[in-house]
Write a protein that binds this ligand. Sequence first.
Ligand SMILES: Nc1ncnc2c1ncn2[C@@H]1O[C@H](COP(=O)(O)OP(=O)(O)O)[C@@H](O)[C@H]1O
Ligand SMILES: [Mg+2]
Length: 243
Amino acid sequence: MSAGNVGARANTGRGGLRMEQVCLRYGDGDGEVVALDDVSLTVDPGQLVAVVGASGSGKSSLLAVAGAMRQPDSGHVHVGGVAVTGVPAKQRSALRHDLVGFVFQSSNLLASLTALEQLELVGRIVRAPRAATRRKALALLDEVGLAAKAGRRPGQLSGGERQRVGIARALMADPAVLLVDEPTSALDHQRAIDIVSLLVDETHRHQIATLMVTHDRSFARLADRVIEMRDGRLGPAGLLAER
Ligand SMILES: Nc1ncnc2c1ncn2[C@@H]1O[C@H](COP(=O)(O)OP(=O)(O)O)[C@@H](O)[C@H]1O
Ligand SMILES: [Mg+2]
């Protein structure tokens, strides 16, 4: 983590996310599921791409491969300009820590830590200087609108506020790529719009390549680009043919 580097456009000069002809299958024989079927996708720095698809269409699989958590059966993935396919698991894990941020449906916060401590933990793990880490954490909490609630634990925050802490925490490590899985499914409509708008703003401000997957197309208009996913395949919104 480049501690203290909270300023805008921290990611300038790094690449975004590039996936080329990616295939991923689960199981084999009769039980085989093709989760990703020849998927190619580029997300540029400073761009939020929304992938919209029904449950089971392959969205979480897409993020698992994009974030180097799962190796595809074929195809190539570049994260922040670095090839992550064909890399041994240990190195992939290091690349993931350097390059990828995750925001999940449930924000996965630690119940005993305050919002500020959740963010500071990221700095502590990489042994970044304490003062710079605190400055950065406070600046990010301010960005997501939680400056006044830095001392609250998850139980003292609303669902939308917890999601904001999760977003700020994901930004602590200056990721080149931000992967977001169903960020709005636990929120009411207005809070969901606020969260997606915040993700768009932070994507532009920090020049991150953000890939957000959702089954809910009502937020798609907020994204820089919308892609549809069906049966493991990607296509332009509204134009994907039935198989
Ligand atoms: N670990 C797994 N083992 C076998 N099949 C899986 C596994 N994970 C997902 N699948 C299947 O792969 C397809 C895509 O799943 P997933 O990527 O979770 O879709 P989504 O996130 O859009 O709901 C589905 O048919 C699902 O049942
Ligand atoms: Mg999913």
